[in-house]
Design a protein around this ligand. Structure first.
Ligand SMILES: Cc1ncc(COP(=O)(O)O)c(C=O)c1O
Length: 443
């Protein structure tokens, strides 16, 4: 069988979808252009490695999570770590369209990115990064946060001084959220420290306690016994707060798992992350809910070759062919976030059929065994390859990979590197526009 190497036309212009808009215009510089043979402009983006982000799936997942909530419960979505690897710039427009009330970020840089992308509603800064900075830098960061209506998780008196000064300087009230550590022993402080902080804040007219929250260690555990204990501790502190003041701040506790498993934790607002991106909130197979994975990483086979039986494959020669074999090379490696521990263990789907990864995954390339698939159909360079499938049952779904690697879907999706272009995909009433398809084909 002859295998030809399809020549890649570099910098040819992909067609695109104009619906990927966010306030200031299209998100990606792959604007629609007439199909001509014009020389490409330097600013054009071309990629052979794409993370398709299904905007309809995000909207659907939000709807499913909201169905667990009482009317009026606000919805704050965790978009830290580049929206769990999905691309903040791709995800924010759909969160806005779905009337999400707030974003939760881990870092000041993430808050800044969200503001630069045009997000106008409140943002919760969950990390107490301000505590790291000193002097003028601390003041500058605090001023930026207050001026940009970022609710600051505040757990230290030192930070209170900086925030108060910032509020005076920018002539706007500063909003802080306090976090009670009810058992995770991570971010948050205990009741006595929090009460001391509250007394100090009450003496600062420019600083408003906008929220009080906690975070669960294991709301995904069957029975939620530990999370139930955390909730009781939080509830008790809320009682103390209510007895001190007539105005209770926004109370929030629930991550995705608690949205589903702990209705008593919903309070005024929930803070899901992983469920919005379509991954199960609870590992148990018995408690699966109908969420749709949002990300699919696709590429193309770059080279197809026939090798004799007994050929060593990849660095370290960890695989040797047991027969004459058809191998394919796909342009993704561990530098793109394909975990090297999937060497000789994971799969890439070609023409809907899983092809085993053979040999060690290298930095930019992965070798797959196409022998079985080539017996059924013609495989040439340029054939699409699904690296990470959005079908949860595929052997290369995020959940399958996580299971194999003894980790969690969070780690798999947040490991996808910036080299992988995030591309929004939206289904229209007219039928789905296969944006990625045209993007890959034209490259
Ligand atoms: C404080 C806090 N709230 C909410 C979330 C969202 O959690 P999940 O992605 O499990 O829904 C996270 C994520 O780890 C978090 O750290």
């Amino acid at each position: 069988m002859a295998y030809t190497h399809q020549k890649i036309k570099p910098f040819s212009r992909p067609r695109t979808d104009s619906d990927v808009q966010f306030r200031n215009g299209p998100l990606l510089s792959v604007d629609a252009a007439p199909e001509t043979n014009r020389r490409p402009q330097r600013t054009q983006m071309v990629s052979h490695l794409i993370a398709e982000i299904d905007l309809n799936a995000i909207a659907r997942n939000i709807g499913i999570l909201r169905s667990y909530l009482s009317a009026g419960c606000r919805f704050c979505v965790a978009v830290k770590a580049n929206a769990y690897g999905h691309g903040m710039e791709v995800v924010l427009p759909v969160l806005e369209a779905e009337r999400v009330d707030m974003l939760a970020v881990a870092t000041v840089t993430e808050a800044r990115q969200a503001r630069e992308l045009g997000w106008q509603l409140p943002i919760l800064l969950m990390g107490t990064e301000l505590s790291i900075y000193q002097g003028a830098l601390k003041r500058d960061v605090a001023e930026w946060l207050v001026r940009n209506n970022v609710c600051i998780t505040m757990l230290a008196i030192d930070d209170l001084h900086a925030i108060e000064e910032a509020a005076k300087a920018v002539e706007m009230p500063a909003k802080v959220h306090l976090k009670l550590d009810t058992g995770l022993s991570r971010m948050g402080v205990d009741e006595s420290q929090l009460l001391e902080l509250i007394e100090r804040i009450e003496a600062c007219p420019n600083v408003l306690i906008d929220g009080l929250y906690t975070h669960f260690a294991s709301a995904d555990e069957r029975g939620c016994a530990f999370a139930g204990g955390q909730l009781q501790r939080f509830e008790k502190f809320v009682g103390v707060l209510r007895s001190r003041s007539t105005k209770t701040p926004t109370l929030h506790a629930a991550n995705s798992a608690a949205v589903v498993n702990l209705p008593g934790s919903h309070y005024d607002m929930v803070r899901p992350g992983i469920g919005v991106y379509g991954y199960q909130t609870t590992p148990s197979e018995l408690q699966r809910i109908d969420l749709s994975p949002v990300m699919r990483v696709v590429s193309s086979v770059m080279l197809v070759k026939r090798v004799p039986e007994g050929s060593d494959v990849g660095y370290g020669r960890s695989f040797r062919t047991k027969r004459e074999s058809i191998l394919g090379v796909v342009p993704i490696g561990y530098a793109d976030g394909l975990d090297r521990r999937l060497s000789n263990a994971g799969f890439v789907t070609v023409k809907g059929i899983p092809a085993p990864i053979v040999g060690k995954i290298s930095m930019d390339q992965t070798i797959i065994d196409l022998t079985e698939i080539a017996n059924q159909t013609t495989i040439t360079a340029g054939c699409h390859a699904v690296i990470m499938d959005n079908n949860p049952n595929s052997p290369n779904s995020v959940e399958s990979m996580a299971r194999h690697l003894d980790t969690i879907p969070y780690e798999i999706v947040t490991s996808i590197s910036p080299r992988v272009v995030r591309l929004a995909r939206r289904r229209h009433a007219m039928g789905e526009k296969d944006l990625t398809n045209s993007f890959l084909q034209s490259s």
